[in-house]
Design a protein around this ligand. Structure first.
Ligand code: MG
Ligand code: MG
Length: 253
């Protein structure tokens, strides 16, 4: 069931979105060679809890950490580790969720550790995945249809000849971290439910330098590319408004 949010509920989601955005900004400042992914996890927990919010992921179906950290060929849901030190040139996806007065926000970004991409192809992967998210966000407007979003993502991935993860996608978000509808990241436009004001979606394209196929690691969480190729992931929580959309997790306001 798709639940649209009242203006008062959107206010709380806006606040949750700001907590997530601020946490990602702090994490981005802290990413450096030699840091462990657990260091980042602890910093995220401190940042979220300092303002009276709560992490969305910790305990979600038993997930053991505050954030997801996914490196290189890991696509999503990587678990922070005390023994895993970041090294120059790695692609690091940081995925953060927070809940404020009962409402969640969810956002992710992929960056290069140390700032210098390991190859032009890796740089292109990052740029294209972010462009796919931007294209998806542009399709969020009243009167549009849900599948317009996935179609936009697929178009960008295909234009650049990149792999597109198809087993995972975006989702409705609100009182629950994952609500209806599931947002498929590919397919024909003009299908599915109409986008109406008050609908809030987490949009999250995942693109690979190689093929589309994924594999789940034995830890039960970490999703990796089946061919071991690099992967990138960007995500924002986006509300349909009367006139278009509002990115609730924007970091540039
Ligand atoms: Mg996320
Ligand atoms: Mg999500």
């Amino acid at each position: 069931m798709i639940v649209r949010k009242s203006p008062e509920e959107l206010d709380r989601m806006r606040r949750a979105g700001r907590v997530v955005a601020d946490t990602i900004s702090r994490l981005l400042e802290a990413v450096a060679p030699g840091r462990t992914t657990f260091d980042l996890d602890r910093l995220a927990a401190q940042t979220i809890e300092a303002v009276g919010a709560r992490p969305s992921f910790k305990g979600y179906r038993g997930f053991p950490a505050t954030i997801c950290t996914s490196i290189d060929h890991e696509i999503v849901h990587g678990i922070p580790s005390r023994t895993r030190r970041l090294t120059e040139g790695q692609l690091l996806s940081l995925d953060v969720g927070a809940v404020w007065e009962g409402f969640h926000a969810d956002s992710a970004v992929t960056v290069v550790v140390g700032g210098i991409a390991p190859s032009p192809e890796a740089e292109r992967l990052l740029k294209t995945t972010e462009a796919a998210l931007d294209a998806a966000i542009e399709r969020v407007r009243p009167g549009g249809r849900l599948s317009d979003i996935g179609h936009a993502i697929e178009e960008v991935a295909e234009r650049e000849g990149l792999g597109l993860v198809r087993e995972y996608g975006g989702h409705g978000i609100g009182r629950a971290l994952h609500e209806d509808p599931f947002v498929q990241n590919w397919g024909d436009p003009g299908r599915g439910p109409e986008l109406k004001p008050g609908l809030v979606l987490a949009l999250e394209p995942m693109l690979n330098l190689g093929g589309d196929a994924t594999r789940l690691l034995p830890d039960g969480w970490t999703v990796v590319t089946a061919d071991g190729s690099l992967s990138a992931h960007f995500e924002h929580t986006v509300a349909v408004t009367e006139t278009g959309h509002e990115v609730l997790t924007a970091r540039d306001r």
